[in-house]
Design a protein around this ligand. Structure first.
Ligand code: FES
Ligand SMILES: [Fe+2]
Length: 390
């Protein structure tokens, strides 16, 4: 019924079939540019790990439509700016990272120099000229915040409190994991030939799991039923405490973590509750650019960077206690290989979805009962577009 909630009250699920987003939104360059401006250009984007920027160093790269440079001053404080010189707009720092010999950022084109608060200090060989007010030509600031050992930037500006108001709710489920104290034991990047929204849609449902992820369904039996958690089952209230992993959503008997063989290695991470451990996996999300999944012995973060309408870079980081991966007998390969396979299976599915959508002879796909999280994501996309791009 129009006006009624599309979501079920008695279990997780859609009350009726819902249309997807317009298929043109998955490949049209103009619409993609609109999403980059409205969603990524006004959002908190996971940029790197805090440990990726040492004191007196910088890191530059894309954040949605923006080109951002984050710098750490000698006193440890972070700042972020649009990586664009106020003279004639050259990129100041090449994408990547580097150290600062002096507390200055100097444009390589004509040597305009900025201090680490973004103030323009010198204009290189250009002489001052009538009508030029140096104070009006500082770097454009971007928002910067830290959470869980990640640096987030917001091209539209803002600080830590703005980040917490915007992003902390969906990260709350993973709050018990000591993410800030973990180090990147392994990092991999893949590029997937799909729109960024296809990545998140695939992330938000498990109808594909039985057909796409045989090893994952063996480890997490409820995924083999095409659902993600206990409350997705229409009958779950009849047996809310059933211990069977196919009903409870926990790992198969004897398994402790997402790894080849299912065995955890080393001590459990500090701070986890018995429920956190029993669940086997806990997801936190910071749309549009990050999810983190926590396990008893490690966490894995995946950052999502759109490179074009049908190209998306994924950066996966395996986070472990410092030094853990080098301990005798620790097999990092068992946890890396497991997630690498799942990610490769998902990437192939996303590319298959994109190839079809790019040629779709209809206007919108259809969401079924189990795809309630995709419907919520679509609402989020539409709201961000309406809010920030009229
Ligand atoms: S564009 Fe940077 S100094 Fe000229
Ligand atoms: Fe998947």
């Amino acid at each position: 019924m129009p006006g009624e909630s599309p979501f079920r009250a008695d279990f997780n699920g859609l009350a009726r079939a819902e249309p997807g987003l317009p298929v043109t939104w998955y490949s049209d360059p103009d619409h993609h540019a609109r999403e980059m401006r409205a969603i990524f250009g006004h959002g908190w984007i996971a940029f790197c790990r805090v440990s990726d920027i040492a004191p007196a160093s910088w890191r530059a790269g894309p954040a949605g439509p923006a080109n951002i440079v984050a710098v750490r001053r000698a006193d440890g404080t972070l700042a972020a700016f649009h990586n664009v010189c106020r003279h004639r707009g050259a990129e100041i720092c090449p994408h990547g990272a580097g150290r600062l010999d002096r507390p200055l950022m100097v444009c390589p084109y004509h040597q305009w120099a900025y201090d680490l608060t973004g103030r323009l200090i010198a204009t290189g060989p250009a002489r001052s000229v009538e009508g030029f007010v140096r104070a009006e030509h500082g770097l454009i600031p971007a928002g910067v915040a830290e959470w869980g050992g990640f640096v987030f930037v917001n091209p539209a500006g803002g600080g830590q409190s703005g980040f917490e108001a915007a992003a902390s709710r969906d990260l709350a489920p993973i709050a018990n994991w000591p993410l800030a104290a973990l180090e990147v034991a392994h990092r991999e990047e893949i590029e997937v030939a799909c729109n960024w929204k296809i990545f998140w849609e695939n992330f938000n449902e498990c109808l594909h799991c039985p057909g796409i992820h045989p090893a994952l369904c063996d480890l997490v039996p409820i995924y083999g039923r095409g659902i993600m958690v206990r409350e997705d089952d229409p009958d779950w209230r009849a047996r809310p405490d059933a211990p069977d992993p196919r009903l409870a959503g926990t790992l198969r008997a004897g398994a402790e973590t997402w790894a080849v063989g299912g065995k955890a290695q080393g001590a459990a991470l500090p701070g986890l509750t018995a429920e956190d451990v029993a669940r086997g996996h806990t997801f936190g999300v910071a749309l549009p650019s990050l999810y983190v999944v926590g396990h008893v012995d490690y966490a894995r973060a995946v950052r999502v960077t759109p490179l074009g309408p049908v190209r998306t870079r994924l950066t996966a980081e395996w986070l472990l206690p410092p030094g853990r991966a080098a301990e005798p007998g620790f097999d990092l390969g068992r946890i890396v290989a497991f997630a690498r396979q799942v990610m490769a299976e998902d990437a192939a599915a996303c590319e298959m979805n994109q190839r079809g959508l790019s040629a779709a002879p209809f206007a919108q796909g259809t969401l079924m009962q189990e795809e309630y999280e995709i419907h919520a994501f679509h609402r989020w996309v539409r709201e961000r577009l309406a809010e920030t791009d009229g």
